[in-house]
Design a protein around this ligand. Structure first.
Ligand SMILES: *Cc1c(COP(=O)(O)O)cnc(C)c1O
Length: 392
């Protein structure tokens, strides 16, 4: 049945890649809930521990369900190797701590996920790793940030929650020119909307908790990229323990089978929501990568297939009106997640980015009335109607 001479499309691979099964003929991949794996012979076990074969040893190192999820992510991102983690933050953490050491310098775009911001500003310095935060679209500031000990460039695009777009082509060339490991958090776009590897990314990290699960069920993360870098990340992780659980991997691997169809609808709905919000008198401004008035619209069009599922906007009247708006929502959920089938509204200033100072928030464009909508898969008129009645 399988024809190895025909290369399958990546969307087919996301559905069809399947690890060796048990021999029972099950169509869906079974769940390998086991902490460790047995060996028939002492010699095979010795060889496994010596990395001379790729037998499973222990689920902190490898597990069939986890491998299936990693293989699919590698095909989708177009890279060689990967390692899956318990959360997106574990992926960000391992990608930095495994590849950087005392005395190294990291260049990081200033508007990053809240926990990433805390990690690079509060925890990396404890280990002698210095970070310069750079305004994503100030190219002079990037050049000025480079030091002799600069080792890595870390960016997010689109950024959370401001939806700034960073030119991946430019960032890739910049990394190459300065010999930096180019590390991209591709969570907001997913590999189906944007492929950082095409612009020279060495490492790509994801929170699989978001669009990849897409149904608000499990936490997960993944790091994929160049083999030699992933080897270091694997060794670091296998000995420090941020591994993904087999159950969550099983859920996430199944989720990848529907990612393409889900994202198409998320993006369609999001564009309609953005257009509708623009019409409302109580909205100061709306930001969505595929709206023509987005400041980096041209770059978004160049590197993304669609605008993604997140829309942000400013409610007229600042923090008080922003809170009133949230309280008046009837259908949209007020919750910390994003990338769910259910639409979600959140207020970054008082939630995900509350650990930043007011000034730090303003520096990255988080204004007091900023609302972030993760547009779900509900019938779009119902989403728009709920937003409108809460804004009226
Ligand atoms: C949520 C998120 C993370 C962290 O992922 P968790 O799975 O919550 O640990 C990292 N980066 C971005 C852009 C995110 O949105």
């Amino acid at each position: 049945m399988s024809n190895t001479s025909t290369k399958l499309n990546e969307l087919t691979e996301a559905i069809r890649i399947q690890i060796d099964r048990t021999g029972e003929g099950e169509h869906s991949t079974p769940l390998y809930l086991t902490s460790s794996f047995t060996f028939d012979e002492a010699e095979t076990m010795r060889a496994a521990f010596a990395d001379e074969n790729d037998e499973n040893i222990y689920s902190r190192f490898t597990n069939p369900n986890v491998d299936e999820f990693i293989k699919k992510m590698c095909v989708l991102e177009g890279v060689e190797a990967g390692y899956a983690t318990a959360t997106g933050m574990a992926a960000v953490f391992a990608s930095m701590f495994a590849l950087l050491q005392q005395g190294d310098h990291l260049i990081c775009c200033s508007s990053v996920f809240g926990s990433t911001h805390t990690m690079v500003t509060k925890f990396l310095p404890r280990y002698g790793i210095e970070t310069t935060l750079v305004d994503a679209n100030d190219k002079d500031a990037w050049e000025k940030a480079v030091k002799p000990n600069s080792k890595m460039l870390y960016i997010e695009t689109p950024t959370n929650p401001q939806l700034e777009i960073i030119d991946l082509e430019w960032a890739g060339k910049f990394s190459k020119q300065h010999n930096l490991v180019f590390n991209v958090d591709n969570c907001f776009a997913t590999p189906l909307l944007q492929k950082p590897v095409e612009y020279g990314a060495d490492i790509i990290v994801h929170s699989a908790t978001k669009w990849i699960d897409g149904q608000g069920r499990v936490l997960g993360g993944v790091i994929v990229g160049k083999k030699e870098l992933i080897k270091d990340i694997y060794l670091f992780s296998r000995n420090t323990g941020p591994s993904l659980s087999p159950f969550n991997a099983w859920v996430l691997s199944k989720s990848l089978e529907t990612l393409d169809v889900r994202l198409q609808r998320h993006c369609e709905n999001a564009l309609k929501v953005a257009q509708a919000l623009k019409q409302h008198a109580n909205v100061e401004w709306v930001k969505y990568p595929f709206l023509e008035d987005h400041p980096q619209y041209e770059i978004a069009k160049k590197q993304m297939k669609a605008g993604g599922g997140i829309v942000c906007f400013e409610v007229k009247g600042g923090i008080e009106k922003g809170r009133q708006f949230l309280n008046k929502l009837k259908m949209l959920s007020m919750t910390a997640n994003l990338g769910d089938t259910r639409s979600i509204a959140s207020h970054p200033a008082s939630t995900t980015h509350s650990k930043l100072t007011e000034q730090e928030r303003l520096n990255v464009g988080i204004t007091p009335g900023l609302i972030r909508i993760s547009v779900g898969l509900e019938y779009v008129d119902d989403i728009v109607n709920d937003l409108n009645q809460a804004l009226d």
